[in-house]
Design a protein around this ligand. Structure first.
Ligand code: F3S
Length: 385
């Protein structure tokens, strides 16, 4: 990959070891994926924040870095709510290490807003056609598909390196030719809310890392697209999809020859109605509309099981009355974290979720059984004996 004279100097260590390491990582990625050059990015979203996932080695690596990010950069969810980690059942030792990780990122100039839905917090991070380096899979999918921005599936170190240098290698989804759909997915049933997560759970496993093009009988909302993309990124490795009539690049490409059809019974088969000991919402982090819907469904009711709602701190701080309406039912609203990346969920045996992504990850990453149900059925379960 070609490096400019300025980039060559960084590679030789003229700006210090942190920037040298960062450009080494970018150059190595560029060489592996045959990028021609580095291109400027508008923002970075950095995964590898939870102490549960990166452990002591990750903490040490981040703590040793010295420098400042060159573009607006935001963190992925951490392993705990920074405000009420005790209420989550997080140990003092874990909390101290988690704080150290976040502070180390902050020292690099990364915003300590720990969320997988950065686009719901800041509207200057990514716009149509912007190149970005994001690393949380649902955020990547949303950036590429719903916003029309361009990012590869960055790992944590790749995204942090891109943030420090302000550039990323030009390959993959940054290029027009790789944004072409590979497989047409026709869906026969009318979908609503969590059905999109169920659809994503099914389709991701079928298409792997291909680019699906959906023909649906209903036009999904932004939140429904968020659920669809998150689930496909988890059960498969989908980083970009198009939906006829709903996503910005859907009309731009030729229709693929390969096609699959998803029938109503396949969606229904994902749902089940067993008894959970934790019911968790907010994967990806709940939007204001999703919180509003939960508040409406919980209105005048009292939950009889542990219920978590995960969202971003910005939204929790900005809408205190909405949060109170949910908490009045006994449900807990957590931010900075989620049911998957926090070790706090590991003490539960069976988690009920309305998210296709959480449904995929909970068994492996939390060690508990996962049940997927519609949002309405999750609430019905939460308030029943
Ligand atoms: Fe976000 Fe956690 Fe789900 S990071 S997408 S809420 S697994």
């Amino acid at each position: 990959m070609y490096l400019t004279p300025e980039e060559e100097k960084i590679l030789k260590g003229e700006r210090g070891a942190t920037y040298q390491k960062a450009i080494e990582i970018l150059a190595a990625l560029g060489d592996i994926y045959d990028a021609d050059r580095l291109i400027p990015i508008k923002s970075a979203q950095i995964a590898g924040v939870s102490y549960k996932t990166i452990g002591e080695a990750g903490l040490e690596w981040i703590s040793d870095l010295k420098g400042k990010v060159a573009v607006p950069s935001i963190l992925n969810p951490a392993g705990m709510d920074r405000g009420c980690w005790k209420e989550m059942g997080i140990s003092r030792d874990f909390a101290a290490k988690q704080e150290k990780i976040i502070l180390a990122y902050e020292a690099l100039g990364v915003k300590a807003e720990c969320s997988c839905t950065p686009y719901a917090i800041f509207d200057n991070l990514a716009g149509s056609g912007d190149h970005v380096a994001w690393s949380e899979s649902s955020a990547i999918s949303y950036a590429n598909s719903v916003i029309g921005a361009r990012t590869n599936r960055e790992g944590g170190p790749g995204a942090l390196s891109a943030a420090l240098i302000g550039k990323t290698p030009n390959y993959g989804f940054h290029l027009d030719e790789n944004r072409q759909p590979d497989v047409l997915v026709t869906v026969e049933s009318k979908l609503h809310d969590s059905d999109y997560g169920a659809l994503g759970y099914i389709v991701g496993a079928m298409v792997g890392d291909k680019v699906p093009f959906f023909k649906l009988r209903s036009i999904p909302s932004k939140d429904e697209l968020k659920s669809l993309g998150a689930a496909m990124a988890a059960s498969g490795a989908v980083a970009l999809y198009h939906v006829s009539g709903a996503t910005p690049e859907a009309g731009k490409y030729e229709m693929p020859v390969e096609n699959i059809t998803i029938e109503d019974w396949q969606i229904k088969e994902i749902y089940s109605k067993e008894k959970p000991d934790l019911i968790a919402f907010g994967c990806p982090h709940a939007s204001v509309d999703e919180l509003e819907n939960l508040a409406r469904l919980l209105n005048g009711k009292r939950v009889k099981k542990e219920v978590w709602v995960c969202t971003s701190r910005s939204i929790k701080d900005k809408y205190p009355l909405l949060i109170k309406r949910i908490e009045r039912s006994g449900a807990k609203v957590f931010c900075d974290t989620c049911m998957v990346v926090s070790p706090a969920s590991e003490r539960f045996k069976c988690m009920m979720v309305n998210s296709g992504k959480a449904h995929k990850y909970v068994p492996n990453l939390c060690g508990s059984k996962s049940i997927m149900a519609t949002t309405e059925d999750c609430i019905a379960e939460a308030v029943s004996d």
